[in-house]
Design a protein around this ligand. Structure first.
Ligand SMILES: Nc1ncnc2c1ncn2[C@@H]1O[C@H](COP(=O)(O)OP(=O)(O)O)[C@@H](O)[C@H]1O
Ligand SMILES: [Mg+2]
Length: 230
């Protein structure tokens, strides 16, 4: 099933020197449960693509479909509900709330949604991510790898259908990065979550089912399209 699709997606920014086409006419679709890596050189538009696919930013042109429905019909409030309930986000810099404990950070999206936490599910996430002994700590008392595991737990606490990750291992040492990557893979597989991950690191991208390569805002390679055309 197609969970997310974009058609003729374009994103332009105005800069001092004129218009930058950060995303240049991209059409793509993502299957539910797929693990896709978006790779390419710095400045090629990876983060911009992720932000537009996840409605954190508004595209300049083109259309995005979630579960077959055009997001053009959604107002800002409906888009923020979609992001809160159906999408999870993991960033390079963890972005935890510094004043809240690990556990409070994990529950934050559920609380924002005024829902009762599914304790069985939350406990399972905590067990899988091996953060049970870090729940009462503030982020400042945690290592980078521990903070990112808390951030992953937070990102999936609402049982999203898509997890968007932008350079999730970018601030971690090699070994910790590999552990976090394998946990991301594991939780997305275990809970049937589509994983769309930006990375400039080819050894990280190679872990994915499918690799998209960006250059100057265009897709120059899609391993899935290549496999299908064989
Ligand atoms: N908010 C912005 N305003 C102006 N230009 C931007 C903005 N965000 C990104 N860009 C430009 O768009 C291009 C793609 O950036 P980005 O998506 O961050 O690349 P990547 O994540 O692949 O390094 C770059 O030329 C960058 O300078
Ligand atoms: Mg980026």
């Amino acid at each position: 099933m197609k969970i997310l699709e974009c058609r003729n997606l374009t994103k332009e920014y105005l800069s001092g020197d004129g218009v930058i086409k950060a995303i240049d006419d991209i059409s793509l679709s993502f299957e539910q449960g797929e693990f896709v890596a978006i790779t390419g050189p710095s400045g090629s538009g990876k983060s911009t693509l992720l932000h537009n696919l996840s409605s954190l930013e508004n595209p300049t042109g083109g259309e995005i479909f979630y579960n077959g429905e055009s997001l053009k019909k959604y107002n800002d409030n409906q888009l923020s509900i979609l992001r809160r309930r159906r999408f999870g986000f993991v960033f390079q810099s963890y972005n935890l709330v510094q004043e809240l404990t690990g556990y409070e950070n994990i529950l934050l999206p559920v609380m924002l949604d005024k829902k009762k936490p599914d304790e069985e599910y939350i406990n399972k996430i905590i067990e899988v991510l091996n953060i049970g002994d870090r729940l009462s700590h503030l982020p400042s008392a945690l290592s980078g790898g521990q903070q990112q595991r808390i951030a992953i737990a937070r990102a999936i606490a609402n049982k999203p259908s898509i997890l968007f990750a932008d350079e999730p291992t970018g601030n971690l040492d090699g070994k910790t990065g590999r552990e976090v990557l394998s946990l991301l893979k594991y939780v997305s597989h275990e809970f049937g979550i589509t994983l769309i991950m930006v990375t400039h690191d080819l050894s990280v991208a190679e872990q994915a089912d499918r690799i998209l390569t960006l250059e100057d805002g265009k897709i120059v390679r899609d391993t899935k399209a290549e496999a299908e055309s064989k």
